[in-house]
Design a protein around this ligand. Structure first.
Ligand code: 8OZ
Length: 359
């Protein structure tokens, strides 16, 4: 059997294979409480044969929310909802990490408590449109965080990790990718600060590393992963020297002996090759486990793991329409194509109604 399908240890967590379910926003939490539901538990349970499930991105605070109906991990109701999910996975011998998320400026007042402005490193409006309960609307210029507010954000992450462990997760992944708050701080296109959190690469990386340190102290570095997207421009990300920036960040993560680095290799949901960005060179700066992601297929995943270029491979969209993706990949069976119109929001249709091969 190919190495991709063999059991492996990730930090302190034993996995049944090296096939990972990537974090996938589905916008189907309880509309009042942002708590996961029985339906969410059914969806994840159908996918429990993944070596590891990384949950959809989950806001660490009301301020960290940027899309309708995404789950949170800051209230007791949300902890109880997630417990339904983790119990359902563990009953089947699966493993699940939660992805912790603060969207920063990729939000809208209509998604914020009290209709206030979203926060960001600097008061710079992102290009593009916000996804709100009433459709796609213009972003608004965010409010720049005061230096005195930053310890509170680090504390929200720490508390979220503590909640995650109480909810039964096997670990947490810190979402440092795709143009959300931590990525906004790292890149000089979105961070124009003049305090200790802006300017030099060291300063721009500071918030991510403070969050990593706080969470590692809370739950142990062997249960912590970080997701980065150095080559991705989604959500209006720009940086004058991404190779220097991410070399620094990845070396700093390596020193902290976290469980894994999860990399979006290329533009998120887009081309894998981006001029001027050498993902393999960045990856070589990390000594721990490496999860590769972005438009992998069976052959690419098998060869990446066989050659040692990746330790694990995360599949996103294929897991939406193939709950038994690991079995299908093992058998080299045909994969069902997901229906994009039911990706975000709604009920069971396009969510829990994709059959496994056996059904
Ligand atoms: C698609 C739709 C909404 C959010 C990401 C959390 O890009 C997301 C996301 C993706 O990381």
């Amino acid at each position: 059997m190919e190495k991709l399908f063999q059991p492996a240890k990730l930090g302190s967590t034993q996995l049944s294979s090296r096939v990972v379910m990537a974090p996938l926003t589905r916008s189907r939490a309880n509309h009042e409480s942002d708590a996961p539901t029985e339906m969410n538990a059914r969806y994840y349970a159908q996918r429990a044969s993944a070596g590891l499930i990384i949950s959809e991105a989950s806001q660490i605070s009301p301020q960290g929310k940027g899309y309708p109906w995404t789950p949170g991990i800051y209230s007791e109701e949300q902890v109880a909802g997630w417990k339904l999910v983790t119990d359902a996975i563990h009953e089947q011998g699966g493993k699940i990490f939660i992805q912790l998320w603060h969207v920063g400026r990729i939000s809208h007042p209509s998604l914020q408590k009290g209709g206030i402005l979203p926060v960001a490193p600097s008061a710079l409006k992102p290009a593009g449109l916000a996804f709100t309960e009433s459709g796609m609307v213009e972003f608004e210029t965010p409010r720049a965080l005061d230096t005195s507010e930053i310890p509170g954000i680090v504390e929200d992450y720490r508390k979220a990790a503590e909640n995650a462990m109480r909810a039964g997760f096997d670990g947490v992944e810190i979402h440092g990718a795709n143009g959300y708050l931590l990525d906004q701080f790292m890149r000089d296109g979105s961070n124009k600060r003049t305090d200790d959190y802006g300017g030099s690469i060291e300063n721009r990386s500071r918030l991510l590393l403070e969050v990593v340190d706080a969470i590692c102290a809370e739950i142990g570095a062997d249960k912590v992963g970080v997701r980065l997207s150095p080559a991705s421009s989604v959500n209006d990300m720009k940086d004058s020297d991404p190779m220097a920036l991410f070399s620094h960040v990845i070396e700093a993560l390596s020193k902290r002996r976290i469980a894994y680095l999860h990399m979006v290799e290329g533009v998120t949901r887009g081309p894998r090759e981006v001029e001027g960005i050498d993902i393999e060179k960045l990856r070589s700066r990390f000594e721990g486990a490496y999860i590769a992601n972005n438009c992998y297929d069976r052959d690419l995943a098998i060869s990446a793991v066989e050659s040692g270029r990746a330790d694990f491979v995360a599949f996103g969209r294929p897991f939406i329409s193939n709950p038994d993706l690991v079995e299908r990949l093992k058998r080299n069976a045909a994969l069902a194509v997901p229906d994009q119109s039911t990706f975000y929001g709604g009920g069971e249709a396009g969510y829990t109604d994709y059959p496994a091969l056996e059904d």
